[in-house]
Design a protein around this ligand. Sequence first.
Ligand code: COA
Length: 257
Amino acid sequence: MYELLTLERGDDGVAVLTLSNGKINALSGALLAEIAAAAAELAAEPPGALIVTGGERIFAAGADISEFGGPEEARAITANFHAALDAIAALPRFTIAAVAGYALGGGCELALACDYRIVGARAVFGQPEILLGIIPGGGGTQRLARVVGPSRAKEMCVTGRQVAADEALRIGLADEVVDGDPHERARALAAEVAKGALTAQAITKRVIDAGLAAPSLADGLALERDAFAEVFATDDARIGVASFLEHGPGKATFTGH
Ligand code: COA
């Protein structure tokens, strides 16, 4: 069904979306359409958790520059990026980007559309669009600023410089740096998360994202009040609370409902 990516679902509840568009994994219009289709498939039947990954040397080299033209083409390219990456960001499950190498431009933006980034020691991030005389169009001006703060995001976007793994960790762009293969650690974390209370996880993610987009803290807290009541209607809340009272913390077996 897909030609430029693979989507695998494991027995541990973890789905792995791997970009597979040649050596540099350019995020062409065709690859973005496949990412959007894969996200729709995952939304229709959510896994326990999702890992998004690319090549060992190049996670993704960004938009396919050979597809660039004038403002009209640019509008289509940014719309395709937003459709695909928003669909990944909106998945009701914890998503982890496992980044071993270069995540530049749209590659960095795809990693930012995931909930969490586990990176190898050779990972390199950057928004190099300015070196082409353009700006990020895959969410970079917005998601990067939310993750690393506006001043660092502006500095990265106006210089287009590359950020190595250790700095990425320091500024919060990477959440974990591992010596070995980032996929191993991503798989272990994803498998642990996949065994958890999935509906409550989905509500958690939804409320955090909606709260960050809300105009005020009071609006965000109002969202939390509604969500806190909502989660008590789940089977998992009943199972989790009963298990705690009987067996202590961390022993519940959840159904995801
Ligand atoms: N779109 C289209 N083609 C790209 C590309 C992109 N985003 N990134 C690299 N390529 C092409 C190169 O032009 C080159 O083509 P060629 O073999 O026909 O000359 C080929 O891929 C290999 O790239 P090269 O730079 O020689 O490989 P490298 O291993 O030295 O470096 C990168 C890899 C990813 C670090 C480097 O290619 C790079 O910085 N790419 C641009 C990233 C970028 O600006 N992204 C934002 C786009 S808006």
